[in-house]
Design a protein around this ligand. Structure first.
Ligand SMILES: Cc1cc2nc3c(=O)[nH]c(=O)nc-3n(C[C@H](O)[C@H](O)[C@H](O)COP(=O)(O)OP(=O)(O)OC[C@H]3O[C@@H](n4cnc5c(N)ncnc54)[C@H](O)[C@@H]3O)c2cc1C
Length: 426
């Protein structure tokens, strides 16, 4: 039973020695499981079919204290960490991937960045919105810059005591429903590039008229949450709504990406929840379904599939727990490993769970069919599996590998591997 594995991880995990934090984790797991199974699971199919944002689930999360629980107590949150957040996200995602993603964005991602780097005013603003049930939107990707995020062309020009932002974002989760937006843009002063910074904008507030949501993507899965374009047209943002990372604007993109490690582990926790949800369905089904006059769980072919699935799930959970075992943002390498392994694991496990159901799994009446579609996203959004492998290899080798075609050519000739290769060819 995977349920028992969950408990073992929560109470006997290597880094969890403090008894009081164990009971907090257990309590979060129990309360989240109760809410997920009794409230979110019965709604998950209709959210998927109707493709409607589940406001009622946001408010249920809020009323349970699960929106903004990582926000410090000073700003009205509970001051909990990512260790607690991933427990919540896994439980919720077992029942409903869409609501799991809302739980991520209400506790990690933009909220995490603002709580770490923001001014008092910015933190208070973000806390008030999230604690009220808003899921913030993080706006990095553009039509022509996905994996190459630094190539974004959205620009924020310094004008008087503020910035004017122009550009277009794409694939923004929560476009048209979120109020709090963290918008990444290239900053210019007197037309000179300064680096990439984040800007906090609240949709619907006076002054935010330059921000609007565009076309919604018809997505394969996770259909209850809109993925839209965001248009930024002469959007005026006062200077005090620029998020100042510790390294300043020039090198601040690195700090903002460090905050994004939290979001990556959160995405991994959604994928884990979906895999566990599908596993639970498969485990129950093969004990009930009979063929050749016996329950199909008596066939070794299916037993081995189930065994492999359980091992993969436990390995993914261990990587996630390792990534969140410290304080502050998860380590870049650990976050990349957790997201890479868990996202690919979830694609495999949900797919195998469907296979074990035979035709019954292929029906849209079966939650496993939805889980397969929902899980597919996680090897793409928030850093593709290929890009995460680049991150991991770079960390292992202790070197940067520029991905642009001319990356090495800007090195002094004596250090350029390209030149060395040319030497060898000669
Ligand atoms: C459901 C969903 C939700 C999303 N939500 C958000 C959001 O809220 N905010 C936001 O800003 N973005 C969001 N995104 C965007 C997401 O982060 C990007 O899709 C992702 O970064 C990849 O960019 P891309 O889709 O443009 O793919 P591309 O970068 O065009 O990549 C295409 C293919 O090339 C591969 N590739 C690219 N570069 C390399 C390389 N150097 N080495 C090896 N392979 C490479 C990729 O792995 C991929 O297989 C979301 C995406 C999805 C699907």
């Amino acid at each position: 039973m995977l349920v028992d594995l969950d408990r073992i991880t929560a109470t006997e995990g290597a880094d969890i020695k403090d008894k009081s934090s164990v009971s907090v984790l257990d309590s979060i797991r129990e309360r989240a499981r109760d809410l997920a199974q009794n409230v979110f699971a019965p709604r998950a199919a209709s959210i998927d079919t109707a493709e409607i944002y589940p406001w009622e689930n946001c408010f249920a999360l809020r009323d349970a204290g699960f929106m903004g629980m990582t926000i410090p107590k000073t700003y009205g949150g509970q001051g909990l960490g990512y260790r607690e957040a991933v427990v919540l996200v896994e439980e919720v995602s077992k029942a409903c991937g869409v609501t799991g993603r809302i739980a991520v964005e209400a506790n990690m991602g933009a909220v995490g960045a603002i709580m770490a780097y923001g001014s008092e005013k910015q933190k208070k603003l973000a806390a008030d919105l999230v604690l009220d049930g808003d899921k913030p939107a993080i706006c990095i990707t553009e039509p022509e810059s996905g994996s190459a995020a630094r190539d974004m062309t959205t620009r924020a020009d310094k004008v008087g005591d503020g910035y004017v932002i122009n550009g277009k974002k794409h694939w923004i989760t929560g476009g048209g429903v979120s109020r709090l937006h963290l918008i990444f843009a290239q900053v210019f002063e007197n037309d000179q590039p300064q680096g990439i910074a984040g800007f906090i904008v609240v949709r619907g507030e006076p002054g935010s008229e330059g921000l609007s949501a565009g076309k919604r993507e018809p997505t394969m899965g996770l259909r209850g949450i809109p993925e839209t374009e965001i248009y930024l047209h002469d959007l005026h943002v006062p200077s005090d709504m620029m998020l100042q990372p510790p390294s300043g604007i020039k090198k601040g993109f690195g700090d903002l990406m460090t905050a994004y490690n939290g979001q990556r582990v959160g995405a991994a926790a959604v994928a884990l929840g979906l895999a566990v949800g599908a596993y639970d369905q498969a485990e129950a089904f093969i004990q009930k379904r009979e063929q050749f006059g016996r329950p199909i769980c008596e066939f070794q072919g299916l037993q081995w599939m189930l065994a492999d699935m359980s091992v993969q799930i436990s390995a993914a959970r261990a990587l996630i727990n390792d990534a969140v075992s410290g304080t502050g943002f998860p380590d870049k390498m650990k976050a990349a490993q957790a997201k890479l392994f868990t996202s690919e694991m979830a694609v495999n496990v949900t797919n195998n769970a469907l296979q074990m159901h035979g035709a019954a799994g292929y029906s849209r009446n079966n939650p496993v069919e939805r889980m397969v579609r929902d899980a597919r996203m996680f090897t793409i959004g928030g850093g593709t599996a290929q890009v995460l492998r680049n991150v991991i290899a770079s960390d292992l080798l202790g070197r940067k590998f520029p991905q642009t075609r001319d990356g090495y050519l800007s090195y002094p000739a004596s250090q350029s591997p390209v030149d060395n290769i040319r030497e060898k060819i000669k």
